[in-house]
Design a protein around this ligand. Structure first.
Ligand code: FAD
Length: 453
């Protein structure tokens, strides 16, 4: 279909976007003035800024600040329709997407399809860990983690048995990548600063925060020097870092690790956060099968250099679900691949040839605690206060919505300059969220044929 065909009324080109995370949102935005009809389908009603989930999980930001409603973000995009539903089937032969909303199925036809459902938490074959170690991939996860962390201090305050009290006041974070480091840093700040003078029986500052990773370094992506420095900073703050420590077992109140020398060790720890890994959405399996290929080691779909599915130039797989060269699962990759898919669709309508995705690496960053961060931009490495300021500027810039930027800045002032955490509410809704997440994970396991990723 050319732009002229479309204008002649042969029917506007229909673009369906599955998932409205960083990839899906940037694709939809880039189609704003294009002569196409766009349908965005997401299982949630919000666009989630995942890099700040740990701040919701530790009471700094509210969920609304990092998860604005998709239809509000896209309200000025008159050619975009939003549907909140779970996509269950992609039929690349019939060119349709089937989605389910409260048990009701709908089939949506497309001319071009952009698939951006991202990843979900992987427990590396130990799906039973999910009930004790909460992942950090959704708002439900973050609120659940927040509830468990805050509740642990409440339970400890009323606990007469000192051993049990110590178990309740031990927090284990598994995975020493950016999310694990940020979680460990913020739980320590919560216990040492934010909760000070709040309790009468316990001293919240006596809480232990343990950080485990099977690998040999903290923040391996940032290089050896930054990893070693971050490890020292975490230790100084009070985080106990255990590297070369693969978690092999856990239950409600403990966690067991295997060490490189063949020995194992068990720690009493009530609250556990899993930041160790993710695997591609189960929709990837359907796409790989349809293109006669297989998923890569991380459960991602191998694509051509223009982000299209082999044999299906009308299907784009972008963001975290895309396996393209050595591009990592990062927000910037999702945004640039989303924009590229949208521009390719428009270029085709203009009769122009396809071009490969040229990724521009803008670097990566993480915070360790207040006023301390790390950033890697090309060969440049920034640490400490300078790294933290850069982190602040980038996150304020990319947070969706002006109001959210203003209120996040206010909250950061309260939490980092002062010591307050405004978001410490534990609600009954968490019980429902826990059930919903468990049901969804069970459904996803069933979709994977009962196999662990
Ligand atoms: C805790 C955490 C911290 C991170 N920190 C950083 C960071 O500091 N810097 C960085 O660059 N990257 C970071 N990332 C990675 C970054 O968030 C991802 O790379 C990025 O979100 C990928 O974008 P995406 O569009 O591919 O997927 P996502 O952003 O995950 O979006 C996928 C969307 O698809 C929807 N969806 C999924 N399945 C379905 C379905 N079946 N039907 C309908 N909708 C569906 C989901 O609801 C979601 O809205 C972090 C990730 C996490 C989890």
């Amino acid at each position: 279909v050319t732009r002229a065909d479309a204008a002649r009324g042969a029917g506007r080109h229909r673009v369906v976007i599955v998932g409205c995370g960083f990839g899906g949102l940037f694709a939809a935005r880039a189609l704003k003035r294009a002569p196409v009809d766009v349908t965005v389908i997401d299982r949630t009603n919000h666009h989630l800024f995942q890099p700040l989930l740990y701040q919701v999980a530790t009471g700094i930001l509210s969920e609304g600040e990092i998860a604005p409603a998709i239809r509000d973000v896209l309200r000025r995009h008159r050619n975009v329709r939003v549907r909140m539903a779970e996509v269950t089937t992609i039929d690349v032969g019939a060119r349709t997407v089937t989605s389910v909303q409260r048990g009701e199925e709908r089939t949506t036809p497309y001319d071009s399809l952009i698939v951006a459902p991202g990843t979900h938490t992987s427990y590396f074959g130990h799906d039973e860990f999910a009930q004790w170690a909460i992942g950090l991939k959704s708002i439900d996860d973050a609120l659940e983690a927040r509830g468990r962390i805050i509740e642990a201090f409440e339970l400890a305050e009323s606990e007469p048995d000192p051993d049990r009290r110590a178990t309740l006041l031990t927090f284990a974070v598994i995975g020493a990548g950016p999310t694990g480091v940020e979680m460990a840093g913020q739980i320590i700040e919560l216990s040492r600063r934010a909760l000070r003078h709040n309790f009468r029986t316990i001293d919240p500052a006596a809480a232990r925060v343990l950080l485990f990773d099977a690998g040999p370094a903290v923040l391996p992506f940032f290089g050896e020097r930054i990893g070693a420095k971050t490890e020292r900073n975490l230790s100084r703050l009070g985080v106990e870092v255990h590297l070369g420590a693969a978690v092999t077992g856990m239950d409600e109140d403990s966690l067991t690790i295997a060490l490189g020398d063949g020995t194992s060790e068990t720690f009493a720890a009530h609250t556990k956060v899993w930041a160790a890994g993710v695997t591609g959405s189960s929709l990837g399996r359907q796409l790989a099968a349809a293109s006669g290929g297989t998923l890569d080691r991380l459960g991602r779909v191998p694509v051509q250099d223009d982000c299209t599915l082999p044999g299906h130039p009308e299907v784009f797989v972008i963001g975290d679900l895309m396996a393209l060269g050595d591009l990592p699962g990062m927000a910037e990759v999702a945004m640039q691949s989303g924009r590229h898919a949208a521009r390719t669709i428009v270029a085709r309508l203009d009769g122009k040839p396809d071009t490969p995705l040229h990724y521009r690496d803008l670097g990566s960053m993480a915070t360790i605690s207040r006023f301390s961060g790390v950033a890697a931009i090309g060969p440049v490495r920034l640490t400490g206060f300078v790294g933290w300021v850069l982190w602040l500027v980038v996150h304020i810039t990319f947070l969706t919505g002006f109001k959210n930027r203003v209120s996040a800045l206010a909250r950061w002032t309260i939490s980092f300059v002062g010591r307050g955490r405004s978001e410490r509410t534990i609600t009954v809704q968490q019980v429902l969220a826990r059930q919903a997440v468990a049901a969804r994970e069970a459904a996803e396991r069933a979709a994977r044929g009962g196999q662990s990723p």
